[in-house]
Design a protein around this ligand. Structure first.
Ligand code: AVJ
Length: 320
């Protein structure tokens, strides 16, 4: 089957407006920041795909190992009719689940939701071509805002993979999980991937690779703001920083001004002192008991928790 036209729940104007709001809020804050969702234009999505193949970036391989081992069990346990994937990107690992559901039978519809139109266009076309008989309904949207637009009816399994939930701050996470639970019916399922707390000597290089791909990915947010809002950031003027916060157990990516800079964006003039940092991403790492507690607080029942053999990455299956 060919993929259906993408359902756009995030129009160009919408995207532009939320980018402008984020830029205004983040760049006028005492400690400057930008949300990580703005990394993912076509080039950013490609750079992220390249990151997933780097030797230092273990999360993708570790999560793939869990899914490869458990896909058949997940298909059997959930018996889902509809598979929804939040922040789907290329949906590369999702194929392990689609394969298992195809063997089992009964899955009718796959609904990937992503902010990146380019990633979604490509993934929906490829998946529709490779899984004949599967209805593929791509939704362009923001998983923090458009959960009420998900298809209803039939037993649903929602995938939130890759550790992307770690991009949300703890309050945002609680809000997201509560909204997710509200969008589901009792008996629906959530499969959530979380990177686990481990030696920072393993985590930090995953966010600061030798080839410099993550640095380019990080600076890409400045290119997006330049192009979309006509700003004049000099991306080369910023150094990539990856920092482990031991207390909060998360990685922060930042861009550090190499020299004093003045940037024009919107109606603002934003100044950076030499060495001043702009936070571009938080990527939280989790402990098994923390995951279960956060799910419980949102009225999900944790059903299974699996890790890869090295215990790097966790995948939790929970029931609404
Ligand atoms: C796609 C959000 C899971 O946090 O590890 C990769 C993004 N940032 N390298 C992550 C990312 C830097 C990634 N997620």
């Amino acid at each position: 089957m060919s993929a259906e036209p993408l359902e756009i729940h995030l129009e160009e104007q919408d995207l532009g407006r939320s980018l402008r709001e984020d830029v205004r809020t983040g760049l006028t804050a005492e400690e400057k920041w930008l949300p990580p969702k703005w990394f993912y234009d076509a080039r950013g999505s490609e750079l992220f795909e390249e990151i997933t193949r780097l030797p230092e970036y273990y999360p993708t391989r570790a999560e793939r190992a869990v899914l490869a081992e458990r896909a058949a069990t997940i298909a059997e346990l959930t018996g889902a009719k509809t598979l929804i994937e939040l922040g789907s990107g290329s949906s590369e690992k999702t194929r392990l689940l689609l394969d298992a559901f195809t063997r089992r039978g009964g899955l009718g519809t796959f609904v990937p939701l992503d902010v990146s139109v380019s990633a979604l266009r490509q993934s929906t076309a490829e998946i529709a071509a490779d899984y004949p008989g599967l209805r593929v309904r791509g939704i362009v949207g923001d998983f923090t805002r458009h959960l009420d637009r998900l298809p209803t009816g039939g037993r649903r399994l929602v995938l939130f993979l890759g550790g992307t939930i770690g991009n949300l701050l703890p309050v945002e996470r609680a809000r997201f999980l509560a909204a997710m639970r509200a969008a589901l019916e009792p008996g629906d399922w959530l499969l959530i991937g979380t990177d686990l707390v481990k030696d920072p000597a393993v985590v930090v290089p995953a966010y600061d690779d030798a080839a410099g791909v993550t640095a380019e990915f990080n600076r890409n947010v400045l290119r997006v703001v330049n192009r979309e809002l006509g700003a004049d950031f000099d991306p080369a003027g910023f150094a990539h920083v990856a920092l482990w916060d031991a207390e909060r157990e998360w990685i922060e990516m930042r861009l550090r001004a190499r020299r004093p800079m003045r940037v024009r964006v919107l109606d603002l003039t934003v100044t950076f002192a030499e060495g001043e940092e702009l936070r571009t991403e938080v990527s939280a790492k989790f402990r098994p008991e923390g995951i279960a507690a956060e799910l419980g607080a949102a009225r999900f029942a944790a059903h299974d928790f699996w890790t890869d053999p090295a215990g790097l990455f966790g995948v939790t299956l929970a029931r609404a």
